[in-house]
Write a protein that binds this ligand. Structure first.
Ligand SMILES: [Zn+2]
Length: 85
């Protein structure tokens, strides 16, 4: 089932068209998720979802956010938010 994902051009450039298309097709995207920023539960099958890419030293981690709660922001982050809960 297709996902209502908002993949920005920046994110698409980083992960590539193939991966971006797989995400949008729902092959590699989660259904429900917790917003990476505010931890609000979301469901990419039901509502629009923003993709956020955290660029690390060696890896890029794709995360999901609720655009209604968290306004659009840069897909690049100087450092990933890896603080413990
Ligand atoms: Zn949020």
């Amino acid at each position: 089932m297709p996902r209502m994902l908002d993949v920005s051009d920046e994110v698409r450039a980083e992960i590539g068209d193939e991966e971006a298309d797989r995400l949008l097709a729902g092959e590699t995207a989660p259904g429900s998720y917790d917003c990476t920023s505010c931890r609000t539960p979301g469901d990419s099958e039901q509502e629009r979802t923003s993709t956020v890419l955290f660029i690390g030293d060696e890896t890029a981690v794709l995360a999901f956010a609720t655009p209604a709660v968290c306004p659009r922001r840069s897909s690049r982050s100087p450092r990933s938010s890896s603080r413990a809960p």
